[in-house]
Design a binder for this molecule. Structure first.
Ligand SMILES: Cc1ncc(COP(=O)(O)O)c(C=O)c1O
Length: 388
Protein backbone atom coordinates (compact mmCIF):
# COMPACT_ATOMS: atom_id res chain seq x y z
CA UNK A 1 0.00 0.00 0.00
CA UNK A 2 1.45 3.40 -0.92
CA UNK A 3 1.84 6.09 1.76
CA UNK A 4 -1.05 8.59 1.90
CA UNK A 5 -0.39 11.90 0.14
CA UNK A 6 0.69 14.56 2.63
CA UNK A 7 -1.45 17.56 3.38
CA UNK A 8 0.76 20.18 4.93
CA UNK A 9 -1.05 23.52 5.09
CA UNK A 10 0.71 26.83 4.71
CA UNK A 11 -0.21 28.34 8.10
CA UNK A 12 -3.14 27.27 10.24
CA UNK A 13 -4.13 28.36 13.76
CA UNK A 14 -2.72 26.64 16.82
CA UNK A 15 -5.40 26.58 19.52
CA UNK A 16 -3.71 24.75 22.35
CA UNK A 17 -4.17 26.85 25.47
CA UNK A 18 -7.03 28.42 27.39
CA UNK A 19 -9.18 29.18 24.32
CA UNK A 20 -12.08 26.89 25.33
CA UNK A 21 -11.98 28.02 28.95
CA UNK A 22 -12.12 31.74 28.12
CA UNK A 23 -14.77 31.26 25.43
CA UNK A 24 -16.92 29.40 27.95
CA UNK A 25 -16.51 32.31 30.36
CA UNK A 26 -17.96 34.60 27.66
CA UNK A 27 -20.96 32.35 27.08
CA UNK A 28 -21.54 31.70 30.77
CA UNK A 29 -21.41 35.40 31.60
CA UNK A 30 -23.45 36.54 28.56
CA UNK A 31 -20.68 38.93 27.43
CA UNK A 32 -20.52 37.99 23.77
CA UNK A 33 -20.56 41.23 21.83
CA UNK A 34 -18.60 44.48 21.56
CA UNK A 35 -18.37 45.06 25.31
CA UNK A 36 -17.00 42.79 28.00
CA UNK A 37 -13.97 42.19 30.19
CA UNK A 38 -11.82 40.29 27.69
CA UNK A 39 -11.69 43.24 25.27
CA UNK A 40 -9.94 45.55 27.68
CA UNK A 41 -7.82 42.72 29.04
CA UNK A 42 -6.65 41.84 25.52
CA UNK A 43 -5.83 45.49 24.79
CA UNK A 44 -3.90 45.90 28.03
CA UNK A 45 -1.98 42.65 27.56
CA UNK A 46 -1.02 43.27 23.92
CA UNK A 47 -0.01 46.84 24.80
CA UNK A 48 2.15 45.53 27.65
CA UNK A 49 3.66 42.83 25.43
CA UNK A 50 4.80 45.27 22.73
CA UNK A 51 5.51 48.11 25.16
CA UNK A 52 2.92 50.55 23.81
CA UNK A 53 1.01 52.89 26.11
CA UNK A 54 -2.37 52.47 24.39
CA UNK A 55 -4.16 49.82 22.34
CA UNK A 56 -7.53 49.86 20.59
CA UNK A 57 -8.90 46.48 19.48
CA UNK A 58 -10.70 46.33 16.14
CA UNK A 59 -12.73 43.85 14.17
CA UNK A 60 -9.80 43.10 11.84
CA UNK A 61 -6.43 44.44 10.77
CA UNK A 62 -7.81 46.24 7.73
CA UNK A 63 -10.19 48.21 9.96
CA UNK A 64 -7.26 48.99 12.27
CA UNK A 65 -5.34 50.43 9.32
CA UNK A 66 -8.36 52.39 8.13
CA UNK A 67 -8.96 54.17 11.44
CA UNK A 68 -5.22 54.60 12.12
CA UNK A 69 -4.81 56.39 8.79
CA UNK A 70 -7.78 58.61 9.60
CA UNK A 71 -6.34 59.34 13.04
CA UNK A 72 -3.02 60.20 11.34
CA UNK A 73 -4.82 62.89 9.36
CA UNK A 74 -5.23 61.18 5.99
CA UNK A 75 -8.09 62.86 4.16
CA UNK A 76 -9.96 62.25 0.91
CA UNK A 77 -7.77 63.18 -2.05
CA UNK A 78 -4.48 62.74 -0.15
CA UNK A 79 -1.74 60.30 -1.10
CA UNK A 80 -0.06 57.70 1.09
CA UNK A 81 3.26 56.02 0.22
CA UNK A 82 2.88 52.25 0.39
CA UNK A 83 5.24 49.39 -0.52
CA UNK A 84 4.03 47.54 -3.58
CA UNK A 85 5.00 44.19 -2.05
CA UNK A 86 2.28 43.67 0.54
CA UNK A 87 -1.20 42.25 1.00
CA UNK A 88 -3.98 44.22 -0.70
CA UNK A 89 -5.44 45.32 2.66
CA UNK A 90 -2.60 47.80 3.16
CA UNK A 91 -3.61 49.78 0.09
CA UNK A 92 -7.34 49.15 0.47
CA UNK A 93 -7.23 50.91 3.84
CA UNK A 94 -5.78 53.96 2.08
CA UNK A 95 -8.57 53.82 -0.50
CA UNK A 96 -11.23 53.48 2.26
CA UNK A 97 -10.05 56.94 3.43
CA UNK A 98 -10.78 58.30 -0.04
CA UNK A 99 -7.01 58.65 -0.46
CA UNK A 100 -4.64 57.24 -3.09
CA UNK A 101 -1.78 54.80 -2.57
CA UNK A 102 1.48 55.53 -4.36
CA UNK A 103 3.47 52.32 -4.71
CA UNK A 104 7.16 52.29 -3.86
CA UNK A 105 9.77 49.56 -4.02
CA UNK A 106 11.12 47.13 -1.43
CA UNK A 107 14.76 46.71 -0.55
CA UNK A 108 16.61 43.41 -0.73
CA UNK A 109 17.44 42.84 2.95
CA UNK A 110 14.13 43.16 4.76
CA UNK A 111 11.81 43.08 1.73
CA UNK A 112 10.22 46.18 3.28
CA UNK A 113 9.82 49.74 1.99
CA UNK A 114 13.10 51.00 0.50
CA UNK A 115 14.16 54.11 2.48
CA UNK A 116 16.44 55.37 -0.30
CA UNK A 117 13.80 55.16 -3.01
CA UNK A 118 11.29 56.72 -0.62
CA UNK A 119 13.66 59.64 -0.06
CA UNK A 120 14.29 59.90 -3.81
CA UNK A 121 10.58 59.93 -4.58
CA UNK A 122 9.96 62.75 -2.12
CA UNK A 123 13.00 64.77 -3.23
CA UNK A 124 12.57 64.36 -6.98
CA UNK A 125 8.88 63.84 -7.56
CA UNK A 126 7.37 66.11 -4.88
CA UNK A 127 7.57 69.77 -3.93
CA UNK A 128 6.76 71.76 -0.81
CA UNK A 129 3.78 74.06 -1.31
CA UNK A 130 2.20 76.08 1.50
CA UNK A 131 3.70 73.80 4.12
CA UNK A 132 2.49 70.67 2.35
CA UNK A 133 4.25 68.03 0.27
CA UNK A 134 2.68 67.86 -3.16
CA UNK A 135 3.24 65.13 -5.75
CA UNK A 136 4.25 66.95 -8.95
CA UNK A 137 2.64 64.35 -11.21
CA UNK A 138 -0.78 64.32 -9.55
CA UNK A 139 -0.95 67.63 -7.69
CA UNK A 140 -2.11 65.75 -4.59
CA UNK A 141 -0.88 66.19 -1.03
CA UNK A 142 1.34 63.36 0.20
CA UNK A 143 0.23 62.88 3.78
CA UNK A 144 1.74 59.72 5.19
CA UNK A 145 4.08 56.74 4.90
CA UNK A 146 2.65 53.28 5.45
CA UNK A 147 5.61 50.90 5.87
CA UNK A 148 4.86 47.19 6.22
CA UNK A 149 6.79 44.68 8.32
CA UNK A 150 6.56 41.88 5.82
CA UNK A 151 6.42 38.17 6.62
CA UNK A 152 7.36 38.72 10.26
CA UNK A 153 10.49 40.78 9.59
CA UNK A 154 10.78 44.46 10.51
CA UNK A 155 11.40 46.88 7.68
CA UNK A 156 14.33 49.28 8.07
CA UNK A 157 12.42 51.82 10.14
CA UNK A 158 15.01 54.36 11.32
CA UNK A 159 15.86 55.82 7.90
CA UNK A 160 12.15 55.89 7.05
CA UNK A 161 11.42 57.78 10.27
CA UNK A 162 14.21 60.18 9.39
CA UNK A 163 12.84 60.76 5.88
CA UNK A 164 9.28 61.21 7.14
CA UNK A 165 10.49 63.68 9.78
CA UNK A 166 12.22 65.82 7.16
CA UNK A 167 8.93 66.84 5.49
CA UNK A 168 7.08 66.00 7.82
CA UNK A 169 4.85 63.07 6.92
CA UNK A 170 2.78 60.97 9.29
CA UNK A 171 3.76 57.30 9.72
CA UNK A 172 1.38 54.41 10.24
CA UNK A 173 3.10 51.02 10.53
CA UNK A 174 1.43 47.91 9.17
CA UNK A 175 2.70 45.25 11.58
CA UNK A 176 -0.11 42.80 10.76
CA UNK A 177 2.42 40.06 10.00
CA UNK A 178 5.01 40.85 12.64
CA UNK A 179 3.64 40.83 16.19
CA UNK A 180 6.57 40.11 18.49
CA UNK A 181 9.41 41.01 16.10
CA UNK A 182 12.28 43.29 17.15
CA UNK A 183 13.88 46.14 15.20
CA UNK A 184 17.34 47.06 16.51
CA UNK A 185 16.46 45.72 19.94
CA UNK A 186 13.09 47.50 20.09
CA UNK A 187 9.89 45.49 19.98
CA UNK A 188 7.77 46.57 16.97
CA UNK A 189 4.70 48.69 17.80
CA UNK A 190 6.20 49.82 21.10
CA UNK A 191 7.72 53.12 19.99
CA UNK A 192 4.54 55.18 20.30
CA UNK A 193 3.93 55.64 16.57
CA UNK A 194 0.61 54.48 15.16
CA UNK A 195 0.97 50.79 14.35
CA UNK A 196 -1.55 48.13 13.39
CA UNK A 197 -1.83 44.39 14.03
CA UNK A 198 -3.99 41.63 12.57
CA UNK A 199 -5.27 38.53 14.33
CA UNK A 200 -6.62 36.87 11.22
CA UNK A 201 -6.65 33.06 11.15
CA UNK A 202 -3.27 32.73 9.45
CA UNK A 203 -1.44 35.21 11.70
CA UNK A 204 0.94 34.24 14.52
CA UNK A 205 -1.93 34.57 17.01
CA UNK A 206 -5.55 34.63 15.98
CA UNK A 207 -8.90 35.78 17.26
CA UNK A 208 -10.64 34.29 14.23
CA UNK A 209 -10.74 37.81 12.87
CA UNK A 210 -9.38 40.80 14.69
CA UNK A 211 -6.94 43.68 14.73
CA UNK A 212 -5.49 46.38 16.93
CA UNK A 213 -4.05 49.86 16.75
CA UNK A 214 -1.17 50.75 19.08
CA UNK A 215 -0.20 54.31 19.90
CA UNK A 216 1.67 56.33 22.46
CA UNK A 217 -0.80 59.20 22.22
CA UNK A 218 -3.70 59.13 24.68
CA UNK A 219 -5.76 61.61 22.66
CA UNK A 220 -5.32 59.58 19.46
CA UNK A 221 -6.29 56.43 21.36
CA UNK A 222 -9.49 58.17 22.49
CA UNK A 223 -10.24 59.23 18.92
CA UNK A 224 -9.63 55.68 17.69
CA UNK A 225 -11.87 54.25 20.37
CA UNK A 226 -14.64 56.62 19.31
CA UNK A 227 -14.14 55.99 15.58
CA UNK A 228 -14.37 52.22 16.08
CA UNK A 229 -17.61 52.43 18.09
CA UNK A 230 -19.74 54.59 15.77
CA UNK A 231 -18.30 57.79 17.29
CA UNK A 232 -20.96 58.00 19.94
CA UNK A 233 -20.36 60.96 22.24
CA UNK A 234 -23.30 60.41 24.60
CA UNK A 235 -23.87 56.85 25.67
CA UNK A 236 -27.43 57.49 26.88
CA UNK A 237 -28.76 59.77 24.17
CA UNK A 238 -26.68 58.36 21.30
CA UNK A 239 -25.27 61.62 19.97
CA UNK A 240 -22.90 61.26 16.98
CA UNK A 241 -20.95 64.35 15.93
CA UNK A 242 -18.76 62.67 13.34
CA UNK A 243 -19.13 59.55 11.24
CA UNK A 244 -17.77 56.47 12.95
CA UNK A 245 -17.53 52.77 12.16
CA UNK A 246 -18.76 49.54 13.70
CA UNK A 247 -15.21 48.25 14.04
CA UNK A 248 -14.99 47.06 17.66
CA UNK A 249 -13.64 43.59 18.43
CA UNK A 250 -16.11 41.38 20.29
CA UNK A 251 -15.57 39.89 23.74
CA UNK A 252 -15.62 36.39 22.21
CA UNK A 253 -12.82 37.27 19.81
CA UNK A 254 -10.85 39.00 22.56
CA UNK A 255 -11.20 35.91 24.77
CA UNK A 256 -9.48 33.89 22.05
CA UNK A 257 -6.86 36.60 21.78
CA UNK A 258 -6.03 36.53 25.49
CA UNK A 259 -5.59 32.75 25.35
CA UNK A 260 -3.44 33.00 22.21
CA UNK A 261 -1.27 35.78 23.59
CA UNK A 262 -0.36 33.56 26.55
CA UNK A 263 1.26 31.22 24.02
CA UNK A 264 2.88 33.78 21.73
CA UNK A 265 6.49 33.44 22.85
CA UNK A 266 6.34 29.68 22.32
CA UNK A 267 4.73 30.19 18.90
CA UNK A 268 7.55 32.53 17.88
CA UNK A 269 10.16 30.00 18.94
CA UNK A 270 8.48 27.33 16.82
CA UNK A 271 8.24 29.63 13.80
CA UNK A 272 11.90 30.48 14.19
CA UNK A 273 12.82 26.79 14.51
CA UNK A 274 10.95 26.02 11.28
CA UNK A 275 12.73 28.85 9.47
CA UNK A 276 16.08 27.68 10.85
CA UNK A 277 15.39 24.15 9.63
CA UNK A 278 14.58 25.36 6.11
CA UNK A 279 17.63 27.62 6.15
CA UNK A 280 19.91 24.68 7.01
CA UNK A 281 18.30 22.19 4.66
CA UNK A 282 17.59 24.45 1.68
CA UNK A 283 20.38 26.99 2.10
CA UNK A 284 22.83 24.22 1.23
CA UNK A 285 21.21 23.76 -2.20
CA UNK A 286 22.75 25.67 -5.06
CA UNK A 287 20.31 28.23 -6.45
CA UNK A 288 17.99 28.26 -3.42
CA UNK A 289 18.15 31.21 -0.99
CA UNK A 290 15.99 31.06 2.12
CA UNK A 291 15.04 34.44 3.53
CA UNK A 292 17.32 35.14 6.51
CA UNK A 293 16.76 37.91 9.06
CA UNK A 294 18.99 40.99 8.99
CA UNK A 295 21.66 41.30 11.71
CA UNK A 296 19.65 44.18 13.20
CA UNK A 297 16.38 42.26 13.32
CA UNK A 298 14.71 39.48 15.20
CA UNK A 299 12.05 38.12 12.88
CA UNK A 300 9.10 36.08 14.01
CA UNK A 301 9.24 34.31 10.61
CA UNK A 302 5.50 34.52 10.17
CA UNK A 303 6.32 33.08 6.76
CA UNK A 304 9.33 31.00 5.82
CA UNK A 305 10.18 32.15 2.30
CA UNK A 306 12.77 31.20 -0.29
CA UNK A 307 14.02 32.67 -3.56
CA UNK A 308 14.77 30.31 -6.44
CA UNK A 309 17.21 31.04 -9.23
CA UNK A 310 15.87 30.55 -12.77
CA UNK A 311 18.40 27.87 -13.67
CA UNK A 312 17.10 25.65 -10.83
CA UNK A 313 13.48 26.69 -11.25
CA UNK A 314 12.56 28.27 -14.58
CA UNK A 315 8.87 28.54 -13.71
CA UNK A 316 8.04 29.29 -10.06
CA UNK A 317 4.30 29.28 -10.82
CA UNK A 318 4.49 25.74 -12.22
CA UNK A 319 6.45 24.65 -9.15
CA UNK A 320 3.83 26.17 -6.85
CA UNK A 321 1.09 24.30 -8.66
CA UNK A 322 3.03 21.04 -8.47
CA UNK A 323 3.72 21.46 -4.75
CA UNK A 324 0.08 22.27 -4.06
CA UNK A 325 -1.03 19.25 -6.08
CA UNK A 326 1.28 17.16 -3.91
CA UNK A 327 -0.36 18.47 -0.73
CA UNK A 328 2.39 20.96 0.17
CA UNK A 329 0.84 24.33 1.04
CA UNK A 330 3.43 26.53 -0.63
CA UNK A 331 2.25 30.04 -1.46
CA UNK A 332 3.44 32.77 -3.79
CA UNK A 333 4.77 35.99 -2.32
CA UNK A 334 2.28 38.85 -2.42
CA UNK A 335 1.58 39.93 -5.96
CA UNK A 336 2.91 43.51 -6.03
CA UNK A 337 0.01 45.89 -5.76
CA UNK A 338 1.00 48.02 -8.75
CA UNK A 339 0.27 44.87 -10.82
CA UNK A 340 -3.20 44.42 -9.32
CA UNK A 341 -6.05 45.37 -11.65
CA UNK A 342 -7.85 47.22 -8.85
CA UNK A 343 -4.89 49.62 -8.51
CA UNK A 344 -3.98 49.81 -12.20
CA UNK A 345 -4.46 53.59 -12.20
CA UNK A 346 -2.23 54.17 -9.16
CA UNK A 347 1.24 55.67 -9.51
CA UNK A 348 4.20 53.31 -9.02
CA UNK A 349 7.71 54.68 -8.59
CA UNK A 350 10.71 52.60 -9.76
CA UNK A 351 9.32 49.30 -8.47
CA UNK A 352 11.61 46.50 -9.59
CA UNK A 353 12.94 44.65 -6.52
CA UNK A 354 9.39 43.86 -5.40
CA UNK A 355 8.55 42.44 -8.81
CA UNK A 356 11.69 40.29 -8.88
CA UNK A 357 11.02 38.95 -5.38
CA UNK A 358 7.49 38.08 -6.46
CA UNK A 359 8.77 36.35 -9.60
CA UNK A 360 11.39 34.27 -7.78
CA UNK A 361 9.90 33.71 -4.32
CA UNK A 362 7.58 31.38 -2.51
CA UNK A 363 6.59 30.74 1.11
CA UNK A 364 6.69 27.25 2.59
CA UNK A 365 4.40 25.59 5.13
CA UNK A 366 5.19 27.04 8.55
CA UNK A 367 2.23 26.52 10.88
CA UNK A 368 3.17 26.70 14.55
CA UNK A 369 2.20 23.04 14.81
CA UNK A 370 4.19 21.74 11.81
CA UNK A 371 6.10 18.58 12.76
CA UNK A 372 9.77 17.80 12.03
CA UNK A 373 8.62 15.03 9.65
CA UNK A 374 6.42 17.48 7.77
CA UNK A 375 9.27 19.98 7.46
CA UNK A 376 11.41 17.19 6.01
CA UNK A 377 8.66 16.27 3.56
CA UNK A 378 8.45 19.91 2.42
CA UNK A 379 12.20 20.10 1.84
CA UNK A 380 12.22 16.86 -0.15
CA UNK A 381 9.20 17.93 -2.21
CA UNK A 382 10.95 21.14 -3.17
CA UNK A 383 14.39 19.65 -3.71
CA UNK A 384 13.06 16.87 -5.95
CA UNK A 385 11.30 19.35 -8.26
CA UNK A 386 14.32 21.57 -8.96
CA UNK A 387 16.19 21.39 -12.24
CA UNK A 388 19.49 19.48 -11.87
C1 LIG B 1 0.38 43.13 5.59
C2 LIG B 1 -1.05 42.98 5.99
N1 LIG B 1 -1.77 44.09 6.21
C3 LIG B 1 -3.05 44.02 6.59
C4 LIG B 1 -3.69 42.82 6.77
C5 LIG B 1 -5.14 42.84 7.08
O1 LIG B 1 -5.51 42.18 8.21
P1 LIG B 1 -6.97 41.52 8.34
O2 LIG B 1 -7.01 40.32 7.46
O3 LIG B 1 -7.04 41.20 9.79
O4 LIG B 1 -7.97 42.56 7.93
C6 LIG B 1 -2.97 41.62 6.57
C7 LIG B 1 -3.54 40.28 6.79
O5 LIG B 1 -4.51 39.80 6.51
C8 LIG B 1 -1.63 41.70 6.15
O6 LIG B 1 -0.92 40.60 5.90
Amino acid sequence: MSAPAPHIPNAVPHLAGNEWKYLKECLDSNWVSSAGPFIERFEVEVARYVGAPHAVATVNGTAALHVALKAAGVEPGDEVLVPSLTFIATANAVAYCGAHPVFLDSEEVSWGLDPQKTADFLARECLARAGRIVNRATGRVVRALLPVHLYGHPCDLDPLIEVAGRYPLAIVEDAAEALGAFYRGRRLCGDGRLACLSFNGNKIITTGGGGMVLTGDAALAGRLRALTTQARTDSLEYIHEVMGFNYRLTNIQAALGVAQLEQLDGFIERKRATAAFYQRALGAIDGVSPFVEAPWARSIYWMASVLLEPRRCPDVRALLRALNAAGIGARPLWRPLHLQPVFAAAQAYRVDVATRLYDRGLSLPCSVGITPEERGTVVEALRSRLEP
